[in-house]
Each structure stands twice: as structure tokens, then as C-alpha cells.
Design a protein around this ligand. Structure first.
Ligand code: NAD
Length: 357
């Protein structure tokens, strides 16, 4: 079996952290016997500099011809004054996301015990551990519902959810829960919004196919509060486009650094995996960025695109063990002088993965 992976390092810290993720992929290939064919493509500012466009046709074709896309990040002040369609973020990444027809965004958040001190929440709140994943619907809701527009008198948007869309995203959440602690919290505003009443009805219908998974409903205002008061209660949070946009950023804050947070976006045919953070121009080129978000994005790719769930768990375990042993990049270090480099963090996770395989 050979899996084809489009590798798009992009701008800023993208190439540095991607290098470390690919070291992990080498270990996985050697240990598992599964073959991965990686092909590099250009995206973002660096693509604009070379080809005059942040998303060359060749890159799109590479992505469509692959089984998965592993992306670094795009953007930087050098390209901020370009018109929108040439900007790395809009003409590059957003355009790629659109052409892949992404419909679900998955963002896991884990607060490691030894990193509780860098979280903005207190030890008392975090003592039971935080290990949750937000499954956000990406294709509809108030961001895309019609009619939408603005005139001299008003601005308006339409929040709409149809059966097909809710069923599809609910299945992603229930399937994800099956590989975790088997609990789905569906977040809506069914006390006020018709689209949420409908959402809740369809989620309940889908739940009947997953009797091994516990379903709980929660209003979004309460969910926002519960994430701060008692985040340990959550396993899988299933929610709409806008509520997910807000709650996934809120929960990201719990981990203390963007450098720890991976993401996956599921598409019609090809999924996209990328760190939750950006290109971090302030630290780019210094070998000090945290590669863990990129490495965990690779683990998500193995789990969600290639069904290598055990291998994904092994990578997560290796990351956790290296952190528990006290190794830190600068963003998560309490004593900056003791921080290790991007490449050393990658090497240590590789070594650990070899040991625990
Ligand atoms: P950012 O996420 O790049 O950085 C915010 C802060 O987090 C910075 O202090 C940065 O050093 C830190 N950080 C982020 N990732 C890190 C890592 N792996 N290790 C250590 N520290 C890390 O957000 P920003 O500064 O608002 O944006 C910078 C550029 O990135 C902009 O051009 C923006 O448009 C772009 N951006 C791209 C994406 C993407 O490619 N998906 C997402 C967000 C922002």
C-alpha cells in the first residue's frame, strides 16, 4: 500500500516545523511497512514570489492527485499589501480549502499535566486533565446561508441547516467519539433558533446508529462557560460553523500555546491537515518554533485519512512522554534558557516513538 501525500510547507515557520513532521513520517514508514510518497508543492507568499500566484495550478493538481494534504502555514507582512486574491491567506489557503470542499474541521485540545502552569486556567480547574476535540461544521450555517447581504437600511445573514449537512457532520463526531471516550456534546441554541431545533432533531436521529456513544446537548452560551469552569467534562464537541469558530478558539486558549495545536479539515475527497496557528513570522528561521502542532497534524492525517489509529496514538504518546520528561521549546518553557530547538524537539519525539513502537 502506498499513500500519496501533498506536502505544502508554505511560509514563516512552516518549512521548519514540516521538516520535523516528515522525520516522524520516516519512522512510521520504517516501522509500519506502509509506504508514503511525499511530493512538495508551493503555496502562500513563497509561491507568489516564484510564480506570481499564492496557489499555482500545479499545487491544486498535486493536492487533488494525493490521498491527503499536509500543510505548514502561510502569510507574512511582506505580502500584506497585495490585493486580496493574491494574498497568501485568501488567494492561497482559503482558495485551497474552498476547492477541496472542506466540510468538517477537527481541533483537538489537550492540556498536558506538566504544562498546566502555562495554561491561563488554574490548576484546580485542570486537575482532571483536558482532552477534547471540537468537530465544527464548515460548509453551511450563518456564514454561507442565503439570503445574505447589506443595503443602506440593514445587514443580514441567514442561519440554515439541512438534513444532509447535519447528518454528515454528526457522523464525523460520533465516529470520532468511538475512537476516544465515547461521548458527544452537541452544542446549539435550540432554545431560540429554528436551525438549532432542526440540528438537534437530526443529531438525535443519527445518534440511534451509535448506541455505544453517549449524546448530550448543551446550549452554546452554557458551553462557552463550561469550557472555562469544567473543561474535563468534554470529549467530542459537535457544533455548527459559527459556534465552532468561537468555541474552538476559546478552547485553544486552554493549552497555553498555539504551537501545541493541530487540526484536520475533512473534504469531499482529500483532507487537509495543518497546525491551528499561523506562520509566526516573529520566530521564523530561528529554529525555535514548536513542531508539535505539525507533528500532531501528521498523526491526525494517519488516523483520519489512512485509518492508522494505533500509529496516531503512538505518536501522541511519544509527544506526551517527551513533554513529561521536561523537554520544552521556547513557547512552552518556564525557563527560556533551558528551551530546546525545533530540530531537537523533533529528534526527541522520533527517538521516543522508536522506543515505544
Ligand atoms: P500566528 O499564529 O502566526 O502567531 C501568534 C503567536 O503564536 C506568535 O507569537 C507566534 O510566535 C506564536 N506561535 C504560533 N505558532 C507557533 C509555534 N509553532 N511555535 C511557537 N510559537 C508559535 O498568528 P499571527 O502572528 O496573527 O499571524 C502571522 C501570520 O500568519 C499572518 O500573516 C497571518 O495571516 C498568518 N496566519 C496563517 C494561518 C494559516 O496558515 N493557517 C493561520 C493564522 C494566521
Amino acid at each position: 500500500m502506498t499513500y500519496k501525500i501533498a506536502v505544502l510547507p508554505g511560509d514563516g515557520i512552516g518549512p521548519e516545523v514540516m521538516r520535523e513532521a516528515l522525520k516522524i513520517l520516516d519512522v512510521v514508514e520504517r516501522k509500519s511497512g506502509v509506504k508514503f510518497q511525499t511530493k512538495f508543492g508551493h503555496i502562500g507568499g513563497e509561491a507568489y514570489d516564484k510564480f506570481g500566484t499564492p496557489l499555482p495550478e500545479e499545487t491544486k493538481k498535486l493536492c487533488f492527485d494525493s490521498n491527503a494534504v499536509l500543510l505548514g502555514s502561510v502569510g507574512g507582512s511582506k505580502w500584506d499589501s497585495l490585493p486580496p486574491h493574491l494574498k497568501p491567506e485568501i488567494g492561497g489557503l482559503l482558495a485551497l480549502r474552498k476547492s477541496l470542499k472542506l466540510y468538517a474541521n477537527l481541533r483537538p485540545i489537550k492540556v498536558y499535566r506538566s504544562l498546566i502552569s502555562i495554561s491561563p486556567l488554574s490548576e484546580g480547574v485542570l486537575k482532571d486533565g483536558v482532552d477534547l476535540i471540537t468537530v465544527r461544521e464548515l460548509s453551511l450555517g450563518v456564514y454561507f446561508g442565503e439570503p445574505r447581504g447589506m443595503d443602506e437600511e440593514k445587514g443580514y445573514d441567514t442561519m440554515v441547516y439541512d438534513r444532509k449537512t447535519v447528518e454528515k457532520i454528526a457522523r464525523v463526531a460520533f465516529e470520532t467519539a468511538r475512537n476516544r471516550r465515547k461521548k458527544v456534546t452537541s452544542v446549539d441554541k435550540a432554545n431560540v433558533l429554528y436551525s438549532s431545533i432542526y440540528w438537534r432533531k437530526v443529531v438525535e436521529e443519527v445518534a440511534k446508529d451509535y448506541p455505544d456513544v453517549t449524546l448530550q446537548h448543551m446550549y452554546v452560551d452554557n458551553a462557552a462557560m463550561q469550557l472555562i469552569l469544567n473543561p474535563s467534562q468534554f470529549d467530542v464537541i459537535l457544533t455548527t460553523n459559527m459556534f465552532g469558530d468561537i468555541l474552538s478558539d476559546e478552547s485553544a486558549a486552554l493549552a497555553g500555546s498555539l504551537g501545541m495545536l493541530p487540526s484536520a479539515s475533512l473534504g469531499e475527497k482529500v483532507n487537509l491537515y495543518e497546525p491551528a496557528g499561523g506562520s509566526a513570522p516573529d520566530i521564523a528561521g530561528k529554529n525555535i518554533a514548536n513542531p508539535i502542532a505539525q507533528i500532531l497534524s501528521l498523526a491526525m492525517m494517519l488516523e483520519f485519512s489512512f485509518n492508522m489509529v494505533d500509529v496516531a496514538r503512538k505518536i501522541e504518546k511519544a509527544v506526551e512522554m517527551v513533554i513529561e520528561e521536561g523537554y520544552r521549546t521556547r513557547d512552552i518553557a518556564e525557563i527560556p534558557e533551558k528551551a530546546i530547538s525545533t530540530s531537537e524537539m523533533g529528534d526527541r519525539i522520533c527517538e521516543k516513538l522508536e522506543v515505544i513502537w
